[in-house]
Design a protein around this ligand. Sequence first.
Ligand code: BT5
Length: 266
Amino acid sequence: MSARINILELQSGLQTKGFGRDIFALPEVTSTNEWAKDLARLGADEGTTVIAEIQTEAHGRLNRKWFSPRGGLWLSIILKPKIKAAEASKLVFVAGLAVAKTLHELYGLEVQLKWPNDVLVSARKICGILAEASIIDGKLEFVIVGVGLNANFEADTLPDQVKLLATSIETELEEIVKLEDLFRKLLEILEELYDQSINEGYEAILKEWRSFAGFLGKHIEVVTDNHIWVGKAADIDEEGALLVELEDGALERILVGDVSIKSNSA
Ligand code: BT5
């Protein structure tokens, strides 16, 4: 059983400029993303971070359920970037890359990123990212970046519908880790990459993201709301869209969808 989350311990030694300077923590919430939205609407500063030990109604894209038992790292950060509203979705790549680098640096895990928001280890999902933007009159007010990272619980304790597709740090390392260390490292790397994306654009971020993207070049299936595309994962373009080379050689550009890698991939 992991210890309770303690804000002072989370902040002790935290080497960020703004991320996590204000932290709100609760034993249980419906969803840290919803809580963060409420705080952002009340005027909370950029970098304000909320964290909970358990989430009862956490969600992924398209309102899918995100299972959040005790032992996971369930957090959301309020961002207020001065960027165009259309750019906000690219923050999911910043966060995915931050999680991948954190897991690799702290624990040496071999991490893979799968478009658009999955972090995988051993071909199973260890973390999902959810970036939600608030746009008023075409202007970006804030973005909530939610991170759901399966840490200190065994993946086979998750419900049947997800456990075969999921893993956790505990399952991979066969030991539990200090959530506070994980939290601090993630915030430090996330802030650094976020600053880089704001100051220099996304080119370098997407380049590094691609270096973790083992699905590129593989035979994939992409399910969108009205179609199933089959082909080779060709690339991610500068907008963060997935480019799929179809069997007839045409290139399909996909903005929203779910990728699965076909087992007969090279
Ligand atoms: C995601 O959505 O992967 C984004 C998940 C974001 C969760 C965080 S937790 C903190 C913050 N607060 C929130 O309310 N949300 C964020 P998507 O790509 O739609 O994937 C959702 C799918 O992942 C589900 O339909 C399940 O199949 C699977 N899934 C659910 N819980 C899981 C878990 N704990 N581990 C691995 N897979 C899971």
